[in-house]
Design a protein around this ligand. Structure first.
Ligand SMILES: Cc1cc2nc3c(=O)[nH]c(=O)nc-3n(C[C@H](O)[C@H](O)[C@H](O)COP(=O)(O)OP(=O)(O)OC[C@H]3O[C@@H](n4cnc5c(N)ncnc54)[C@H](O)[C@@H]3O)c2cc1C
Length: 554
């Protein structure tokens, strides 16, 4: 069996840098946390592994959900979110999300983000799958994430108290003798003083590293989404939860059976404006699947597509959005229009071939309502975190909001005062147990084939055997690609374990051999820990009531 690498696999740091707060990642969650920490008067070091705007945030198309309309309310947003989460949401976390959401979006506007407006100046709101109200604010038509990213990157650049280090890959958590966070080791590809492996020291470390779409072969996520934050937290012994709930977006442009890496998304908002799915025979099938038809929650649509593809022996279905007309396409969806046309499809006259692909992870590093993890001083925010707001399935456009809202909550913790700075235990040896990057494709293909939309004990056993066989591969090197591959394999192993244990079908987790939802046994969350010997321990916990200490009293 594969023994996963544990903490302090990093090389000895050659240099150190200090700040009050270290934020790892520069998407909406990381940059919002950095700005909140500054309001608390702290010095902040943001480290990010590529350019500042690389990450899922800038790819977000549809928008950000919040009860901003007069005919809407947080209570209705709560109801829709709980429904999409299929009985596994932490209701208190959802309440936080929906009640603090509208203020957080207004804060984003004050920061300089320009959302699309109606002729009367009000924010233009649309609807997406699972929402019973128009509550999705969007920017640039379908370029919401790019606009949010622009506004936030400009805001941090204006603040001399925030230092940004690009091309810096976070490797492992540094702790003190009490086990609390005191910084991270990182690998910087730069020139000058900070090059190679170093240590960034701070008593407060915020993981905002995004999702882990690259664990799969076909995903909408960019290349940086290799799950480093989750794997790093696992190596440090943190609780990780809900890893089996991986959302597969129903309408990802189908580019052929051999396509791999980041695939183009056709936002749910296109269906929100009236587009619908048809099968190979031209039959509109969602009307007979769900009362909300093409706007049913994502898991419902993805499963219906998979069933249809099987029934018609095809590898994709079609999205018909021709009737939206040229004006709608040009004004409302310019990014998707360009993305389709660049691949030879004109959605004004052609059907768009689509099939489900990995899109979002509901699980991650388990946090409480203040963003605290099980390791004192270590916080997690955004897609890397598992706050419990998504349960078994994320409601569309709730993820940008989650990053924004919980960044504010972490900011409130930082405002309370600094944690104790203790001597960090720095890695004193090089203990490389990394996997070589050559096995990355193998892991991704295994995950697509056996741990994708459709799962069974047989497919999960096959995945587990494949992953265990990685133990026989040669040793990797301490280079970024091998670190990422190791992180991908670490998450793949834990995810496969969770998916095998959850013997029911719920939300985005679909077991062919356990097709029913089993509330009596499974209205609980699976939480895993990586042990110091590289094995995993998994247990169940109630779906709500997570509470951690930040160790301030220590
Ligand atoms: C195509 C697409 C469309 C989407 N559309 C929507 C939408 O319309 N509405 C919505 O709410 N959500 C949408 N989502 C989901 C949403 O974009 C993400 O969940 C959200 O942006 C995550 O933000 P984040 O800050 O947590 O992570 P990200 O934006 O992914 O940022 C992660 C950051 O961490 C950095 N990083 C990662 N690993 C390391 C490391 N080891 N060291 C240093 N830095 C690291 C990355 O470089 C990046 O800067 C979409 C996602 C995709 C991919």
């Amino acid at each position: 069996m594969i023994r996963l690498p544990v903490q302090l696999a990093a090389a000895q740091p050659g240099w150190t840098v200090r700040a009050d707060v270290i934020v790892v990642g520069s998407g909406i969650a990381g940059l919002a946390t950095a700005l909140h920490a500054r309001r608390a008067g702290r010095t902040v070091l943001v480290i990010t592994k590529a350019q500042v705007n690389e990450g899922s945030t800038r790819w977000a198309q549809g928008g950000i959900a919040a009860a901003l309309a007069e005919d809407d309310s947080p209570a209705e947003h709560l109801e829709d979110t709980l429904l999409a989460g299929v009985g596994l949401c932490d209701e208190e976390a959802v309440r936080v999300l929906v009640t603090e959401g509208p203020g957080a979006v207004r804060g984003l506007i004050q920061l300089g983000a320009r959302f699309d407006t109606e002729p009367d100046g009000g924010i233009s709101l649309t609807r997406e799958g699972g929402h019973h109200r128009d509550r999705i604010a969007h920017a640039g038509g379908d370029a919401t994430g790019a606009e949010i990213s622009r506004a936030m990157v400009e805001a941090i650049a204006r603040d001399p108290g925030i230092e940004l280090v690009e091309n810096a890959l976070a490797l492992d958590l540094i702790t003190d003798e009490t086990g609390a966070a005191q910084g991270i080791t990182l690998h910087v590809l730069g020139t000058g003083q900070r090059d190679g492996v170093g240590a960034a020291l701070a008593p407060t470390v915020v993981l905002a590293t995004g999702g882990f779409g690259q664990v799969f072969r076909q995903t909408t996520n960019p290349y940086v989404s290799t799950g480093d934050g989750v794997a790093l937290a696992m190596r440090a012994g943190a609780d990780v939860a809900d890893l089996e709930f991986v959302q597969f977006h129903p309408t990802v442009m189908w580019l052929g059976p051999f396509a791999q890496g980041q695939q183009p998304l056709v936002s749910e908002a296109v269906r929100g404006e009236g587009a619908f799915l048809i099968d190979a025979e031209g039959t509109r099938f969602m009307t007979s699947e769900h009362e909300m038809a093409d706007l049913a929650p994502r898991d419902v649509v993805a499963k219906a597509i998979m069933r249809r593809m099987r029934a018609t022996s095809t590898d994709h279905v079609w999205l018909d959005a021709r009737h939206l007309g040229a004006d709608m396409w040009v004004q409302r969806f310019p990014t998707i229009l360009e993305s389709c046309r660049s691949r030879g499809i004109d959605p004004i006259t052609d059907l768009i071939p689509v099939s489900p692909a990995q899109h979002y992870v509901s699980g991650g590093v388990l946090t409480d309502l203040a963003g605290r993890t099980s390791i004192p001083g270590l916080y997690a925010c955004g897609e890397v975190a598992c706050t419990g707001v998504h349960g078994a399935n994320r409601l569309a456009s709730n993820s940008l909001l989650e990053g924004l809202v919980f960044a504010g909550r972490i900011g409130a913790q930082i405002y309370r005062g600094l944690r104790v700075v203790r001597d960090p235990i720095l890695p004193s040896h090089t203990d490389q147990r990394l996997l070589p990057h050559q096995v990355r494709r193998r892991v991704q293909t295994t995950m697509d084939r056996h741990v994708g939309v459709l799962r069974s004990s047989e497919s999960l056993q096959l995945a587990s055997t494949e992953l265990n066989a990685l133990a026989a591969t040669e040793q990797g090197k301490p280079i970024a690609e091998d670190w990422e591959t190791t992180n991908i394999a670490t998450i793949a192993t834990a995810l496969t374990r969770h998916a095998a244990l959850r013997e029911e079908t719920r939300g985005s987790h679909w077991r062919e051999d356990f097709p029913d939802q089993n509330d009596a046994q499974w209205q609980v969350r699976l939480v895993s820990n990586l042990n110091s010997d590289g094995t995993l321990t998994t247990r169940t916990v109630p779906r709500s009531g997570v509470s951690y200490s930040d160790g301030r009293q220590a």
